[in-house]
Design a protein around this ligand. Structure first.
Ligand SMILES: Cc1cc2nc3c(=O)[nH]c(=O)nc-3n(C[C@H](O)[C@H](O)[C@H](O)COP(=O)(O)O)c2cc1C
Length: 385
């Protein structure tokens, strides 16, 4: 049914308008409690065997929504009702900014891919923190009376992804991240330092260890000061375009700094080597490419990270995941959690449910009792062989 809707409605609309419409429908559903409950009853993971533990929380399933869909934390509860086990909001920057001028989002339907150069359009960390605070107050006042406040506790796991404001010079990048971390850490089940989007000039240079070390240190300190009662898990999100040695360097740094996780990967600036089928006028658009053609490289980066860090750090696999097989492969490669964005556009609202059901079937057919046992199994098998 969704594929017909996609072909007749969304595919004929400008992609960014289609996103706004789809997201408005999701938020509407969340505001009508019987509708939200009906959706959640049908789509949200409830099987015990799907539960996974990460970042001090139990998640209803390993599959979540990647950053960029809900940049301003407006639709967390609607998205959770669609079955995402965690929702990563953002990227949020220190100051509000409009992002790049439209058109800035392109559908490569023949490749099941997207190209975006949104450029971190978002309301800024003060506004997003206020929205998260209001949500948290609503929740502690109603459904979760007596429960604890802040970003932790029951309900969907909420990651908050932060990035640099475009007009802030690179020398002041850390202060911009720190301002966001201070405001947002109280509401975050985990915090992500995004240094890998291709659409903010100079951002990816922050992946170099000499820049990344002080940046992560400063954000860690800011989160600890803002939330003294809880150690907010801190992750870094990396690009698929890093050279292998640079992936290793980030992995070593993550261990050295006691980081909680690494998210691999963001979108790619690569084109030619991806064997794209879409019209060259589309594939030539500037920006980050995501979706199916990214799968192989994202998986490769994840394998490399796991080979280096093993289970010392929680890895999150993202990039080109469409099916349960894709997600299962990523878990065997070393991911405790998996995420996706682009395939949501092509697969529709039943996507997270299909993925979780398929993962439960893969687990049942495997020699592993739990997802935790399956994490990184591809490496152990390779060693044993
Ligand atoms: C339109 C769009 C906007 C995105 N915005 C962000 C962002 O703000 N921050 C971020 O870390 N990643 C962003 N991403 C990257 C995704 O989170 C994800 O890492 C990437 O798309 C690969 O996953 P996928 O192939 O499942 O889409 C964006 C992706 C898309 C398609």
């Amino acid at each position: 049914m969704y594929s017909l809707f996609f072909k007749t409605v969304f595919a004929r609309m400008d992609p960014e308008r289609a996103h706004r419409l789809g997201f408005a429908l999701i938020r509407f559903a969340a505001r009508v409690p019987p509708l939200r409950r009906a959706l959640a009853a049908r789509l949200a993971p409830r099987r015990r065997e799907l539960r996974v533990e990460a970042f001090g929380r139990v998640l209803p399933g390993p599959f979540g929504l990647a950053a960029g869909f809900d940049k301003n934390a407006e639709g967390i509860d609607g998205l959770a009702a669609l079955g995402f086990g965690h929702i990563e909001v953002g990227t949020v920057t220190g100051r509000a900014q409009p992002g790049n001028p439209p058109r800035r989002l392109f559908r490569l339907t023949a490749d099941r891919a997207l190209i975006n150069r949104m450029g971190f359009n978002n309301e800024g960390s003060a506004a997003v923190a206020a929205r998260l605070a209001a949500r948290s107050a609503r929740r502690s006042g109603t459904e979760h009376r007596g429960g604890h406040s802040g970003g932790t506790g029951e309900g969907p796991v909420v990651g908050v992804n932060i990035g640099k404001t475009k007009v802030v010079p690179e020398e002041e990048a850390a202060a911009d991240y720190v301002a966001s971390a201070r405001r947002l850490a109280p509401y975050a089940d985990y915090l992500v330092v995004n240094v890998s989007s291709p659409n903010t000039p100079g951002l990816r240079a922050l992946q170099a260890t000499e820049s990344l070390r002080p940046l992560l240190g400063a954000v860690r300190e800011a989160a600890d000061e803002a939330v003294p009662e809880r150690r907010v898990p801190l992750l870094v999100k990396i690009a698929p375009d890093l050279a292998d040695e640079d992936v290793d360097a980030v992995a070593d740094l993550a261990v050295e700094l006691g980081l909680d996780g690494v998210i691999a990967t963001n979108t790619t600036v690569a084109r030619e080597e991806l064997g794209l089928r879409s019209d060259p006028s589309l594939t030539a658009e500037t920006g980050g490419l995501s979706g199916a053609p990214l799968r192989e490289r994202s998986s490769e980066v994840l394998h490399r990270l796991y080979a280096r860090v093993g289970d010392r750090i929680t890895l999150v696999g993202v990039g080109g995941i469409t099916t349960a097989d894709d997600a299962w492969e990523r878990i065997l490669a070393g991911a405790t959690l998996v995420q996706g964005y682009s395939a949501f556009v092509y697969e529709g609202p039943g996507w997270a449910r299909r993925l979780h059901e398929g993962l439960a079937a893969r687990l049942a057919a495997s020699p592993y009792g739990t997802f935790a046992e399956a994490v990184g199994a591809a490496h152990r098998e390779a060693e044993a062989a």
